[in-house]
Write a protein that binds this ligand. Structure first.
Ligand SMILES: [Zn+2]
Length: 176
């Protein structure tokens, strides 16, 4: 292929380009197509813009949220319907966060283990037609003690058992 059909960014013979910001002479691959600022400078500018315009950007996001509220809610609802086990996992995590019951030393593996329990629960429910819940063995907000949102404190229950259990956990000698 003759050199004159290569884009300049791929052409080793192309003369370097001067960045309009840092003034450094750089290879064409350091620039996005048609830009005069190098990629590095452009990135620094973006970071600076974001931190200098926090209030403005927050308002834009809030306005956009209000404008698209109905659509967003509908989309989220549909997603939850299509991803039941992920939705249950997320809801439990949100609840646990709110109650500050998620230990900060949990690892990625711990979160994967928890997601797996929600997946199994959904699978059992699908296979048997019996409604299942993933529940905390020691409730996050118990009467006597409060449990953590972590793999060792999760169990899969029939929904009916879960509802009758409610939030009362009687301490068993030897555990607490
Ligand atoms: Zn530059």
């Amino acid at each position: 292929m003759p050199n004159n059909v290569l884009p300049r960014s791929m052409d080793p013979a192309a003369t370097p380009k001067l960045c309009s910001k840092c003034g450094e002479s750089k290879d064409y691959s350091s620039f996005r197509m048609g830009r005069t600022k190098c990629k590095e400078c452009a990135k620094l500018d973006r970071v600076a813009y974001t931190s200098n315009n926090k209030v403005r950007l927050r308002k834009i996001r809030a306005d956009r949220y209000i404008l698209n509220r109905e659509t967003n809610i509908a989309t989220a609802k549909q997603w939850a319907k299509d991803n039941k086990e992920r939705a249950a996992f997320n809801a439990a995590r949100k609840r646990a966060r709110k109650l500050k019951a998620t230990p900060n030393w949990l690892t990625d593996l711990d979160f994967q283990k928890m997601q797996m329990l929600y997946n199994i629960s959904a699978l059992v429910q699908k296979q048997t037609g019996v409604k299942m819940h993933v529940d905390h063995i020691i409730p996050l907000q118990g009467k006597n003690v409060s449990g953590f949102h972590m793999p060792e404190n999760l169990t899969i229950l029939k929904a009916t058992d879960n509802i009758s259990k409610s939030n009362s956990f009687e301490p068993i000698w030897g555990i607490i």
